[in-house]
Write a protein that binds this ligand. Structure first.
Ligand code: HEM
Length: 498
């Protein structure tokens, strides 16, 4: 009997020693990184602009860095080679998203596309890519985009005639909002409610580092007050979306419309009444998931395109030579007797270089969306634990002098003149749309929006800063959230060009 007790005790001790050695070995095999504080780890050191903090830390610890955020082991990736390892070579291991408190509230229980995983996510993503964002679908809305842009150009012409200052950020934001609603809901902005305003606040809240996602036992205390604000936004969103879906259901009951909008497509699918071949998704799609998908598409499409346009136009105001080159190109490709058409866009090569340069310096999602390791894996001799949070710092990659030379911080579109680097996720130096399984499915529409709006604004107008403001007064500081808007709106004085 004593022998068996002694044996069990010895077995336990050996087990504990073995575990300790293994754990110590694994800790040793983690990528280098800062030692954090007990419990919170490095959470309190992230500052207001975490992408910049990570960029500084990576200079010390290297392109694959590990740090602890609360209880979450976090890997920050900051070079093209390392990004390729995580987003291409081992893409299947890192294609999951972590569970976040914000998503639970703001995305109606984690039913959409951006923050779901597994079978549901695969079916929704396939449906979105094949039906809602397919090139043919995107192209079928060319007339709608021409109409919306035409309205804005006319409004700006009136402002120009009156010599007024235009809030370009707000104008472009409203226009992309209208385009997105017509695509999703079949109608432009609904004056009954401010969906974009609420979505902007929700997206800002969702982008904050919420301590509860890293130290779960603090959840009941809601120390940052975020849960309270998520719930408030969620309630407002829910009321609006319920109304929108009810109206669509009613319309579908009354008559089948010609060109179904995105909400129609989803309702028809959920009723097994769709001509589209997505039977597996049809079984899973319900009202909360339709709401979630709508929210995800609004979040992913409005602020991304408009904020990108805003940054690029601001850089052009600071670089009049680049602005002039864009306009000369427009004159030669389009002529001065008509507005830009979508068919002109592929010929606007310099403008495309300007857009790549803008998105290199200001990738609207500087840390992409968060990824999570599905299993334990060794990468470059480092041990990455299952459930580790993976952060790809495309902000740092886009500004790395080793990749972009010593002028990496400067806006020089000509750097792309003899370069094959594109922004569609195949070149890991430039990842504004991410890459791999989680890469942006709306890239075609996103690039089209940015190209079309910039081309039209530069073709129809000359732009000047308001009296007393010089280019160097433009504040190029960003705010951090799910996206990074510029800290101030771009206010410009238009002069009619064509
Ligand atoms: C300039 C415009 C845009 C930019 C820069 C952009 C960028 C991005 C980025 C960086 C991601 C995350 C990639 C990752 O986590 O690895 C993403 C995801 C996503 N984007 Fe875009 N995007 C843009 C426009 C759009 C548009 C117009 C739509 C749809 C209408 C869209 C739909 C989505 C969706 C649904 C996801 C989540 C994909 C998933 O998790 O599977 N995006 N986008």
């Amino acid at each position: 009997m004593i022998n068996s007790w002694a044996f069990s005790f010895l077995f336990l001790i050996l087990g504990a020693v073995f575990w300790w050695i293994l754990d110590a070995r694994q800790r040793k095999l983690l990528p280098p990184g800062p030692r954090g504080l007990p419990i919170v780890g490095s959470l309190l050191h992230l500052g207001k602009l975490p992408h910049r903090t990570f960029q500084e830390l990576a200079k010390k610890y290297g392109p694959i860095m590990s740090l602890r955020l609360g209880y979450v082991s976090t890997i920050v990736v900051s070079s093209p080679e390392a990004a390729k390892l995580f987003l291409k070579t081992h893409d299947s291991v890192f294609a999951d998203r972590p569970k976040l408190e914000a998503v639970e509230h703001l995305s109606f229980g984690d039913n959409g596309i951006t923050f779901t995983n597994g079978t549901f996510w695969r079916h929704v993503r396939k449906f979105v890519v094949q039906e809602l964002l397919a090139p043919a679908k995107v192209n079928s809305y060319e007339g709608m985009r021409r109409e919306e842009l035409g309205v804005v150009v006319e409004e700006i012409k009136k402002d120009a005639a009156a010599g007024e200052v235009v809030d370009v950020s707000a104008k472009v934001g409203d226009m992309i909002e209208n385009m997105t609603y017509r695509y999703l809901f079949g109608r432009s902005k609904d004056d009954r409610f401010d969906l974009k305003g609420i979505m902007t606040e929700a997206s800002f809240l969702a982008g904050q580092f919420n301590i509860v996602d890293f130290v779960p036992f603090l959840r009941p205390f809601d120390l940052q007050g975020l849960a309270r604000r998520y719930k408030q936004k969620s309630k407002q969103l829910d009321e609006m979306l319920e109304l929108i879906i009810d109206e669509h259901e009613q319309n579908l009951n009354d008559s089948h419309k010609g060109n179904p909008d995105v909400v129609d497509e989803m309702i028809l699918l959920s009723r097994n009444d769709s001509s589209k071949n997505h039977h597996e998704l049809a079984k899973l799609l319900d009202r909360p998931s339709i709401k979630s998908i709508v929210i995800d598409i609004i979040t992913a499409s409005i602020n991304t395109s408009s904020i990108s346009i805003d940054w690029i136009l601001t850089e052009l105001m600071k670089h009049p030579t680049a602005m002039k080159k864009c306009q000369e190109e427009l004159t030669s490709v389009v002529g001065l007797d008509r507005m830009v058409e979508e068919k002109d866009l592929p010929k606007l090569e310099y403008l495309y270089m300007v857009i790549k340069e803008g998105l290199r310096l200001y990738p609207i999602a500087p840390l992409l969306g968060p990824h999570e390791a599905k299993e334990d894996i060794m990468i470059n001799g480092y041990h990455i634990h299952k459930k580790s949070r993976i952060i790809v710092n495309v902000w740092a990659i886009g500004r790395d002098p080793k990749v972009w030379s010593d002028n990496a911080e400067e806006f020089i579109p000509e750097r792309f003149a003899d370069s094959k680097i594109d922004l569609r996720g195949r070149d890991f130096e430039l990842l504004p749309f991410g890459s791999g399984r989680r890469g942006c499915p709306g890239i075609q529409l996103g690039v089209l929006n940015v190209q079309l709006v910039l081309a039209q604004l530069l073709h129809c107008f000359e732009w000047e800063l308001p009296a007393g403001k010089a280019p160097e007064d433009l504040d190029m500081t960003e705010l951090f959230g799910l996206t990074i808007p510029r800290i101030e709106h771009l206010q410009l004085v238009p002069k009619i060009r064509i």
